[in-house]
Each structure stands twice: as structure tokens, then as C-alpha cells.
Design a protein around this ligand. Sequence first.
Ligand code: TXA
Ligand code: MG
Length: 338
Amino acid sequence: METKLLHPNDVNVASKLLKQGELVAFPTETVYGLGALATNERAVRKVYQAKGRPSDNPLIVHLASAKEIAKYAQQIPSYFTALADHFWPGPLTVVLPLKDNLFSKSVTGGLATCAFRVPDNQIARDLLSLTGPVVAPSANTSGKPSPTEASHVLDDLAHKIAAVIDGGRTQVGVESTVIDLTDSHQITILRPGGISAKQIQAVTELPVIYDKHLLQADEAPKAPGMKYKHYSPQTKVLMLGLDSDLPEALIAYHDLRLGLLANEQLIQQSQNLVQASYSLGADKNAQSAAHNLFAGLRSLDKENLDLILVETYSGDDSYSQAYMNRLQKAAAYEYFEK
Ligand code: TXA
Ligand code: MG
């Protein structure tokens, strides 16, 4: 199958393809999503197949506006309106009990709950207002870094999907924060993203906790997808616990073909000692680092390197946490040790 590269003005073409049961990737503000109509069982199954995704890892249903959620979810808590007013459209996904027999079975992988999100991207919202609810996992091969450009989608899924709408680079760069709203006493963060626990707490006035597996590696995650190996390039990735570890790491691995994924200040310190580098930003800044992480991993993975060294962030802000959650998985939790 030839994968069409569509212009943002072609949302009507994309909508037609989706309604015919085809898969179409589209930009959101976080990463590109791989879309299929949530009501079409065959199309939803094709999503799992194209990505090589395990069938027990449920999908996020994307909606054009917050008011649509009442058609699909039940036991919606009273504070939900405040959450939606503050954060939608935007990088927040909510998990709620699903009404019966609305979506194909494969959407939720057999769970009684469903994840919902209203993305903050005009192309995505124009498309969703034509199609109705669309499932959209990140448009990458399962296990690979999520796509932040149309070319990343084509690298992984060319010939497997009908089309991708090219909306340029995504802004946030890491996937949405996923929260569980099924407990009336507290909100649980299942996956960290661009919106922080503090922001959610300020709006809902409820305790916001992290799913246990995010704090302790041996706990099973409540979001099924979080248990899988993720975000991994082919090349081995090693984290630099401190920026000051860089000179020693460059000496320790001087006989390897090295890549460096870091801010420009650090890249300048490594001149001529690495084969390739990719900038996470002019200065050390977690938001910019999160925006560039996946593109950097994909780019360096094409350089035929032995090892990629990557800078880390220790802040408790949402971008530092989202960045570290993805990076730790890409690095299999390995740090450079002196
Ligand atoms: O930013 C994003 O969320 C992107 C863009 C395309 O919207 N989408 C995305 O989807 O990251 P995906 O499928 O790659 O990740 C969905 C996550 C997985 O960890 C999955 O296990 C979890 O959400 N999830 C989905 N439905 C769930 C449910 N009913 N209960 C718990 N976790 C759920
Ligand atoms: Mg994904």
C-alpha cells in the first residue's frame, strides 16, 4: 500500500479514508497519532497490527470537544468540568468507566474503562469534528520512540497505513499525562506528561498520587502500556547522572563511536570527541529537552553509533518528570558509572 502524504488542507480526504476503515496518522500537540474510527472493529484491529502492539494495551479515544465525553463515559465526577475547562484541548488523558456497546471491543482491550483526550491541534480537531471519535496511539512501531514529525511516521509505518497528514513538528514532544478518575477520593497519574500533579491538584482540590509503578520499578502499572519496553532506539543509550560526568564518560568510552544528546553548552564541551550530537536546546531546559528527546533519539540512531550518552533532569516539574520517564526506558535505567 502506498502511504499518502497529505497536506493540512486535506482533512476531508483523511476523514473519507478513516470512514472507509483505513488508518490515517495525524499530528497532535504531543506526538503524531495513528488514527482509526473507534466504532470500526476491523480498523481498530489494524492499528494493533500496523504498530505490532500487544492486544492488551488499550487505546486513547480522541474527541473534537469536551462536551462529547458525556455520550461515551459514565460516572463522570463533578470536578471533571473544571479539569476539562483548564486542560482541554491539551495534553491530558482521562480514564473513566465506558458506557456499553459504543466502541469496538479492541479499543479498551477488554477493560471496563476507557481513556479519552481532546488534543490541542487544529488539524486534529478539524479531522475529529468530521469523523467522530477516533482511537490514536502514538504513530510509531511499538517499542520505538514516538513520532514528532511526519517523516518519523513514514520511517516506521510507510506501506502499512493509508496516509499521514503532515503538520510539521509537534510542540510538546512527549505524550499526554494519563490520569485515572475512577476513584472519587483521589486522582492517580498513570503516565507523566506535560501537565503536572500540582496543576491537577490545584484545579480539582483532590489528592493526586502517582501509580505505584512510577515510584517503584517492581510494581505492576495500572496503564497496561507502561509495562512494555518503550522508546528504544537500536543503539545502546546511557544516562549521564550529572552534567559533570560528561568528561569522564568521554574518556571511558573514547574507543567507541559515541553520540551525545544534550544541551548546546554540553555539546560544545565534547567537540571532536563524539561522532554525532543532537541538541536538546541552547541551555539546560526541561521543556525544550522533552520537545526534542524523541527526534534526537531517532536521529542519532541513524548514525551507526556504539553508544548514545544523554543528559538527565532532576526537577520535579512536569517536563523533567515526563522526559526522565521516557529516557529511563530508552536507557533501560542504565547510568554512566565512574
Ligand atoms: O499524547 C498522547 O497521549 C498520544 C497522542 C497521539 O494523543 N497518544 C498516546 O497513545 O500516547 P498510546 O496508545 O501510545 O498510549 C496510551 C496509554 C498507554 O500507556 C495505555 O496503556 C494507557 O494510555 N491506557 C489507555 N486506556 C487505558 C485504560 N482504560 N486504563 C488505563 N490505561 C489506559
Ligand atoms: Mg505509545
